[in-house]
Design a protein. Structure first.
Length: 344
């Protein structure tokens, strides 16, 4: 006997009556749902509500990179960089006013890591990094990483950008009061970045998005999945060849919490980022170096023991997550279309 004969499909109307009866209410309309960070959490989900593909979203073939943030303005920055790499960091997020590349990369093969350059200087940093890498005998085409440039700076430095074909040159990251507002802004910024690529004859593969992820699973996973849906729709609208978006997740914890609570929140945020299809997960930097090391090791455990890196888009097919992802993406898209300037 098949499972379908044991568990027969119930139509939506009958299903709602059964749940209402179990909850001792007249209708599900009386049930008060929750809204978190501007996202309505669906309390009940029926597979007939909307057509969902139930397929994993198209993401990178490689697993996420374990990131470690380094403040280069600190006196011990070079030691921190070496320690992070020795402890298994696959991406270095380098922040500060400037960098002494010979000192920072001493004893490190920077062609084997993702070099996330979040330094002041823009074009100057780009030129200095290229010059150092050439002097160090590196193959520029093999270097991976990112540097964020304004559209004007990008257009003025196309030749240098072409020397680093595996580098992302712009990062879409916005601050907003809630998730729907953040997604609406990301949608607009992605469109602007795509148009800048076309104008500068650069590949759209070199755009990435960064977002903050906290401990709440449904809203954060749905937000990240919505970003990927928006990206796919934009590429289709511009008739561009599909390439998975590089998605960065920066974990967010309560700064006022004690160190044990921060560790728990970071763990939950990292799990959410992983199952939300992040390509790079960067832990919130702590003053306590031991806490930074623990945050880094958590991601190793997620890979080596929990095997979270072996399943692509693990929550695909979940009625609740799929519904929230699709609704968030559609709301952001509709907002962009509504506010778009009319074509003369």
């Amino acid at each position: 006997m098949s499972i379908k004969e044991d568990f027969k499909f119930t139509d939506q109307a009958s299903w709602k009556k059964l749940i209402s009866k179990a909850l001792k209410i007249n209708s599900l309309d009386e049930f008060q749902g929750r809204t978190i960070q501007g996202v309505e959490i669906p309390s009940f989900n029926h597979p007939s509500e909307e057509k969902i593909a139930n397929r994993p979203l198209k993401t990178s073939d490689s697993e996420w990179k374990i990131g470690f943030s380094i403040d280069l303005d600190r006196a011990s920055a070079s030691e921190g960089v070496l320690t992070a790499v020795e402890n298994g960091s696959e991406a270095l997020i380098l922040k500060g006013k400037s960098a002494d590349w010979n000192l920072i990369y001493k004893g490190i093969y920077h062609e084997m890591i993702y070099n996330d350059l979040r330094l002041e200087g823009g074009a100057t940093t780009l030129k200095e990094f290229i010059s150092y890498s050439i002097d160090a005998g590196k193959n520029l085409s093999s270097l991976q990483g990112s540097i964020d440039l304004s559209i004007d700076t990008l257009k003025a430095n196309v030749d240098d950008l072409q020397k680093l074909p595996a580098f992302h040159f712009t990062t879409i990251q916005v601050k907003a009061k809630d998730i729907p507002s953040e997604l609406a802004q990301i949608c607009v910024r992605l469109q602007e970045a795509l148009e800048a690529c076309l104008d500068a004859d650069l590949s759209h593969k070199r755009i990435r998005v960064a977002t903050q992820v906290d401990a709440h699973l449904p809203v954060n996973v749905s937000k990240m999945r919505a970003i990927r849906i928006i990206w796919a729709n934009l590429l289709q609208a511009y008739k561009l060849t599909f390439h998975p978006l590089f998605l960065v997740a920066n974990t967010k914890v309560d700064a006022s919490a004690n160190k044990e609570t921060k560790l728990i929140h970071h763990t939950l945020a990292s799990v959410n980022a992983a199952i939300g299809t992040a390509d790079l997960i960067c832990a919130t930097a702590q003053e306590d170096l031991n806490a930074d090391r623990l945050n880094q090791n958590i991601q190793h455990i997620m890979k080596m023991e929990s095997k979270l890196n072996q399943v692509r888009d693990p929550l695909a097919g979940s009625y609740s997550i799929e519904k929230m992802s699709q609704h968030l993406a559609k709301a952001a898209w509709d907002s962009m279309v509504k506010n778009a300037e009319p074509v003369e």
